[in-house]
Ligand binder design. Structure first.
Ligand code: PLP
Length: 399
């Protein structure tokens, strides 16, 4: 019997996709299903993005392009970085890929040898662990429970870094929790990192334009510019511009890391297509009305979700300040029953909620926190209101 490579025994499908698929199937079969499961934006980019893509199609060369990304794409990203408060980057510090997920895969592939230790604050976005496992890295999870607002503390980070630790994965704003670090919190973490010059940092900032309550976009590199030599900024057009299917991810980091991305691209994707590139340039470089308006919209939805969750006795949810997720601790339900169905953990909870009320959420264990569930609040407004009512009803029926 022919065998797959060993590393495939460590690869598994995304847990988020599994529940999203289940909800989709139930809906297709006529079920009255509301999905809070998948983290897809509920909007499209402005007309200018489609106009740019049409124009590019008319003039498409049909040829291979740059392994790094076209100059126009790199320049649009440089502009985007400057608007975000990052100075001093040039094209040589940048690279692109097929979405932030592929970029993250490449970065970990380029920076981690088998057995290298990676620190992952928990709750984490599922793919960090999945990719690290495929690559055979040694994963150390740093638990950041709801009691500490799901945030990594400087003391915790300091205690976890060993001389052999290779990489920290840092995500702000966070998927799944929606937490956003304050400038003081970022500064304190940057101060710890500054003491450990042998540690790489992957800073997954793809929700950086989705921050509420007037909070500033604080960043490790802005707090401590010398960290630029080993902090890699990861960005994407997926969430900010409502373009997840276009698949454009970008990095800004040390020249050596950007070059490693270019080399890896030259051995698989080669380049992003011209039409996709033109759309990304228009999104990054064009008017920013859509993301601004959506941000205000998501802040209102966050308020609606929080009001509903706060009305459920025993449910605790640190208040999200960014992205479009809430991550309530629902462990008060454990040990109870809905009808004859026992709810002993987050998976039982999500299965029962889907079966009884037709609401799909992702179990927190997919993100390393089994006391919680993730609510993605990007569905239609009426569905959000209805789904939250169903969630409240489900809780009230637990015995
Ligand atoms: N990083 C985080 C934190 C995410 O939530 C996601 C998508 O859900 C990604 C990366 C991947 O984004 P992309 O669509 O650019 O691959």
């Amino acid at each position: 019997m022919l065998k797959l490579a060993q590393r495939m025994s460590r690869a598994k499908p995304s847990a988020i996709m599994v529940i999203a698929e289940k909800a989709k199937k139930l809906k297709a079969a006529g079920g009255d299903i509301i999905s809070f499961s998948i983290g897809v934006p509920n909007f499209l980019p402005g007309e200018h993005v489609y106009a740019a893509a049409h124009e590019a199609l008319k003039h498409d060369s049909g040829q291979y392009g740059s392994n790094r990304g076209s100059d126009a794409l790199l320049d649009a990203f440089l502009k985007h970085l400057r608007e975000g408060g990052f100075e001093g980057y040039e094209r040589k510090h940048l690279a692109s890929g097929v979405g932030a997920k592929q970029v993250l895969f490449n970065l970990m592939y380029a920076l981690l040898d088998e057995g290298d230790e990676i620190l992952i604050p928990t709750p984490y976005w599922t793919s960090y662990v999945d990719i690290a496992e495929i690559l055979g890295a040694k994963i150390t999870l740093l638990p950041c429970p709801p009691e500490q607002n799901y945030k990594l503390t400087p003391a915790q980070l300091e205690a976890a870094i060993k001389p052999t630790t290779k990489l920290l994965l840092f995500n702000n704003p966070s998927n799944p929790t929606g937490m956003v670090y304050t400038p003081d919190e970022i500064k304190a973490i940057a101060d710890v990192l500054a003491k450990h010059p042998n540690l790489w940092v992957l800073s997954d900032d793809i929700y950086n334009r989705m921050i509420f309550d007037g909070l500033p976009y604080a960043h490790l590199v802005k707090a401590r510019p010398e960290l630029r030599d080993r902090v890699v900024i990861i960005d994407s057009i997926s969430k900010t511009y409502g373009m997840p299917g276009w698949r454009v991810g970008l990095i800004a980091g040390p020249e050596s890391v950007a070059l490693a991305m270019v080399t890896l691209n030259s051995n698989h994707i080669t380049n992003l297509p011209e039409v996709v590139t033109a759309a990304a340039v228009a999104a990054l470089g064009g008017p920013q009305d859509v993301p601004k308006q959506k941000n205000a919209d998501f802040a209102k939805r966050r308020d609606e979700v929080m009001a509903a969750l706060n009305a459920i006795p025993g449910v605790r949810c640190p208040r999200p300040q960014g992205a479009f997720y809430a991550f309530p601790d629902i462990s008060v339900a454990f040990g109870k029953k809905h009808g004859a169905t026992p709810v002993n953990n987050d998976v039982d909870f999500c299965n029962a909620l889907l079966e009884v009320k037709g609401v799909a959420c992702v179990p927190g264990s997919a993100f390393g926190e089994p006391r919680a569930i993730r609510i993605s609040y990007t569905c239609k407004p009426a569905e959000l209101t209805d789904g939250l009512k169903r969630l409240q009803a489900f809780f009230s029926e637990l015995k």
